[in-house]
Design a protein around this ligand. Structure first.
Ligand code: PMP
Length: 412
């Protein structure tokens, strides 16, 4: 533990007692190494959507590992679970028939989309179209393009300029996007990135009509629209596979990860609309663009993803996420009258945040919640995050809310 480069590695209590060293998970509960049980308010980090400890997923991984763990899919080869997964994703993608580019996680998916968006315009002979536009409050992972595209100041600072030709707009203002594109010149802008529901920035649903407005602006100016659905994809937003579909949006790329495998194994996927994917097929060489990772199309990861999609379908978990939208709203909304709380944000599937007036109060509230048996985290600037597994019951959501109120009272 002492050698782990991790915020907790200096906390003596962790090493002594095993508190917060999460050792086991089952359904919506996790246990730390001291044996203490927590109700998991965040499904790991918005990923364990089918719940922890699912034997089907462990079995799918074991079976595939014994058949073929992995083989290069960089160019020449594929494997059966990857072929099945790409077919299934083409069927559920917000743009039907999307081509799937598999990665090892969300940050890889974002980098892939950023590179392919630029390359798309190069392939069209429009090499000046290089700017990529992100938003305030946005989170797009930790690699170079994604970090500098993001809008959470603490994540961006301290590196100098990571990536040239990037710009930021206010997260909720479509007119700011239009003005920025006009200032840069549409002939210089490749793509616009947006999380349909802002996640790590604090769980902000899009303002009404915002997504349709920015889609329209991108279409008018010939700019690719990248929906970063690393958090919102695979049902988290309730009642639909993707937030884009729920909001009637047709993105050019969808970046995904997390819920693809419910986090049982790292994997991400970029779903690319057919019209955008088309120029990347080199007819002469009979292959796709030269971009890929050793583990793009990892067979065990793809087998787990397929088994995870099976569970989501068979147990109607997209509907369960929609149910959680209602139960989170009715359980958490009453907290809005608490002296420490400025706002409760729900109404976007199985995600919600309780916003505190003072940013500094979030850490003690979260710590108190852990003490009382709820594992959660601070989100955005002074928010407390709720993004449970889709299998959480309404009673358990009620317990989350009760414990949140107790923790808020203790922090008064
Ligand atoms: N994009 C968004 C919207 C995310 O929320 C995240 C992770 N929280 C990422 C990208 C990066 O994903 P990963 O941590 O798997 O690299």
């Amino acid at each position: 533990m002492g050698a782990l480069w991790h915020p907790f590695s200096d906390m003596g209590a962790v090493e002594k007692n095993g508190e917060f060293v999460i050792a086991r998970g089952e359904g919506v509960h996790v246990w730390d190494a001291s044996g203490k049980q927590y109700l998991d308010a965040t499904a790991g980090l918005w990923f364990a959507n089918v719940g922890h400890g699912r034997k089907e997923l462990a079995q799918a991984a074991a079976d595939q590992a014994q058949t073929l763990a992995a083989y290069s899919t960089f160019g020449d080869y594929a494997n059966p679970p990857v072929i099945e997964l790409a077919e299934r994703l083409a069927g559920i993608a917000p743009v039907p028939g999307s081509k799937t580019f598999l990665t090892s996680g969300g940050s890889d998916s974002v980098e892939t989309a950023a590179k392919i968006a630029r390359r798309y315009w190069f392939e069209q002979g429009q090499e000046s179209k290089r700017y990529i536009i992100g938003r305030s409050k946005a989170y797009h992972g930790m690699h170079y393009a994604g970090t500098s595209l993001g809008g959470i100041q603490g994540n961006i600072e301290g590196y100098g300029t990571l990536v040239e030709d990037q710009a930021h707009v206010a997260w909720d203002d479509a007119e700011d996007l239009r003005a920025t594109i006009e200032r840069l010149g549409p002939e210089n802008v490749a793509a616009f990135f947006a999380e349909p529901v802002m996640g790590a920035g604090g769980v902000y649903p899009p303002p009404e009509d915002y997504l349709m407005a920015v889609r329209k602006i991108c279409t008018e100016h010939d700019i690719l629209f990248v929906a970063d659905e690393v958090v919102t994809g695979y049902g988290r937003i309730g009642g639909a596979w993707f937030a884009s579909a729920k909001f009637g949006l047709e993105p050019d790329f969808v970046t995904t990860a997390k819920g693809l495998t419910s986090g049982y194994i790292p994997m991400g996927a970029v779903l690319v609309a057919p019209r955008v994917a088309e120029p990347f097929f080199d007819q002469d060489a009979g292959r796709w663009l030269r971009h890929g990772y050793t583990y793009s199309g990892h067979a065990v990861a793809a087998a787990v993803a397929n088994a995870n999609l099976d569970i989501l379908e068979q147990e109607n978990l997209l509907d369960e996420a929609a149910r959680l939208e209602g139960s989170l709203a009715s359980a958490l909304s009453p907290l809005a009258d608490h002296d420490l709380v400025s706002e409760v944000r729900c109404g976007t599937g199985a995600v919600a945040a309780v916003q505190l007036h003072e940013v500094a109060k979030a850490a003690p509230v979260v710590a108190k919640m852990r003490e009382l048996g709820v594992a959660t985290r601070a989100v955005g600037a002074g928010g407390v995050q709720f993004s449970p597994a889709f299998v959480m019951t309404d009673d358990e959501v009620g317990q989350l809310a009760d414990i949140t109120r107790q923790a808020l009272d203790a922090a008064l």
